[in-house]
Design a binder for this molecule. Structure first.
Ligand code: SAM
Length: 217
């Protein structure tokens, strides 16, 4: 298994582990996931810094990630297993909740991951996705002036890129897959989950989109 994040795990922990949350990721996760109990699987859990938010809602957080170095930071925050999101090492129908946070753009075939999410969810289970906003974040978008974001051509094509307006982010280091908004929403519908709720975060232009979906009961 290749794991691009192995190279930057320590930097990631330092850069994003400090509690700053300008996009409102934790609030969005809380709003979408809601309170519950039983295991909540985070696919692409990274260093595990969403575990507290999940636990505060009453769920028992468990995580899967492909990067051993990221999981090294996660241990102590939640129980984790190393595994590929395209073949999640979890029994079918075993969990009532799955979350992905800032992870779909790191996965080469997110549609295969959506099929896995639907598979591991129990009937009636919820899927909360919190990710970069496909309309405003990507190699095609220049945020040099946050008040006047420039969105260039390239949005419509699903593609992988390391192109970025800044050298302080993730995309310039590990690259990112861009999936247009319609493709992302259609992907959730295509695996048979129902779309229930959406949230956007970040100012003055949204940088985050959250989606709540549910496996039919
Ligand atoms: C931007 S980090 C997000 C980590 C965490 N969810 C957070 O909010 O901080 C993306 C994570 O997805 C993981 N990842 C990428 N591809 C993966 C795959 N195929 N299977 C499992 N995890 C993967 C990376 O190793 C990395 O830890």
């Amino acid at each position: 298994m290749t794991a691009a994040y192995d190279e930057i795990a320590d930097w990631y922990e330092e850069r994003f582990g400090g509690g700053e949350d300008p996009l409102g990721l934790h609030a969005a996760l809380g709003e979408l996931l809601g309170t519950g109990s039983g295991p909540c699987l985070e696919i692409g859990c990274g260093t595990g810094h969403n575990a507290g938010t999940v636990a505060d809602l009453g769920w028992t957080p468990v995580g899967v990630d492909i990067s051993a170095r990221m999981l090294g930071h996660a241990r102590g925050r939640l129980p984790v297993a190393r595994g590929d999101a395209a073949l999640v090492p979890v029994r079918s129908g075993a969990v009532s909740a799955v979350v992905t946070v800032m992870a779909h753009t790191d996965m080469s075939d997110f549609f295969a991951v959506l099929r896995q999410i639907e598979r591991v969810l129990a009937p009636g289970g919820v899927y909360a996705h919190v990710g970069v906003h496909p309309c405003f974040v990507g190699g095609f978008a220049d945020h040099s002036d946050p008040a006047a974001v420039v969105v260039r051509g390239g949005y419509r094509e699903t593609h992988w890129t390391k192109e970025s307006w800044t050298d302080q982010g993730l995309r310039d280091k590990v690259g990112a897959v861009h999936v247009p908004l319609a493709g992302l929403l259609n992907g959730v519908v295509a695996v048979g989950m129902g779309l229930e709720r959406f949230v956007e975060g970040g100012e003055p232009v949204p940088g985050m989109l959250g989606i709540l979906a549910r496996k039919p009961g």
